[in-house]
Design a protein around this ligand. Structure first.
Ligand SMILES: [Zn+2]
Length: 261
């Protein structure tokens, strides 16, 4: 049962598009809004069994570490003595205070995608207030491939008695992954299985930093990406972008007008 809970949402997590770069400032902002935003999810008067901030930060690690492929593995690594920095990051410095993987599954089943973004955007809004840190006046859109963890070729995953004759479609183990084309440095096309991650990149004194990303199927045309990104940007308090730079692939006569408005 636990295993099911862990495996099912994995590709779904993938689509949230959390960025490793955020780890640079998650420690400098106040994430007590996680408590406020998640409070209605717990029974009236009932206290969450684990501090939701710890759970959120554990998810954060999970999203941004491609080598960790399950909650179980995340918890195992967090309990390794050498990973003190990670335990500090999640706010559970003591080995025996690291929550179990079922606590994480429980948290995940309560907190939906919109709420995760709301929490993330609150953290970004605070980071925007930090002195000499983010300067989003001139911001860009960039995209890169994300390889899915698909474990081999497509096959049928139904439970029909005879898979040779049934009409079910063959899929990858990650049902949302599709085949995409990546242009290599030698300007040749290379195929890969996964998604494409579209990021809002913002200058900072130490170089460009990812503000946030969305991950979409490979076959999503870039022109369909700009508006959703702009809409998400409008949800971040205090984010004022004067110029948004994107390559021509993102531009579409109609969408562009709407995005400008
Ligand atoms: Zn079938």
């Amino acid at each position: 049962m636990d295993l099911q809970l862990e495996l099912l949402p994995y590709h779904y997590y993938n689509t949230l598009g959390f960025d490793a770069e955020l780890i640079d400032y998650i420690d400098h902002v106040d994430d007590s809004s996680v408590l406020k935003k998640t409070a209605p999810l717990y029974k009236k008067g009932g206290r969450p069994p684990i501090d939701p901030r710890v759970c959120f930060r554990m998810h954060y690690l999970y999203f941004t570490r491609p080598e960790i492929s399950s909650f179980r593995e995340l918890v195992r690594q967090l309990r390794e003595p050498k990973n003190q920095a990670w335990r500090n990051l999640i706010g559970a410095p003591n080995l025996d205070k690291v929550p179990s993987h079922s606590c994480l599954s429980n948290f995940r089943s309560k907190v939906n995608t919109e709420l995760f973004y709301a929490i993330l955007f609150d953290l970004i809004a605070q980071a925007l207030q930090l002195k000499d840190f983010l300067s989003p006046m001139l911001t860009g859109i960039d995209s890169r491939p994300v390889w899915a963890n698909v474990n081999g070729y497509k096959h049928k995953r139904c439970s029909c008695p005879d898979q040779n004759t049934c009409e079910c479609v063959k899929t990858f183990s990650d049902p949302d992954a599709t085949i995409g084309v990546q242009r290599t440095r030698a300007n040749q096309n290379k195929f890969f299985i996964g998604y494409r991650k579209h990021s809002i990149i913002c200058p900072s004194p130490k170089g460009p930093i990812v503000l946030f990303s969305i991950i979409l199927p490979n076959d999503t045309a870039n022109v369909k990406v700009m508006l959703p990104l702009v809409e998400l940007m409008t949800q971040i308090d205090g984010l004022k972008v004067d110029y948004l730079v994107a390559d021509l692939g993102y531009f579409d006569a109609d969408d562009q007008k709407e995005a400008l408005l």
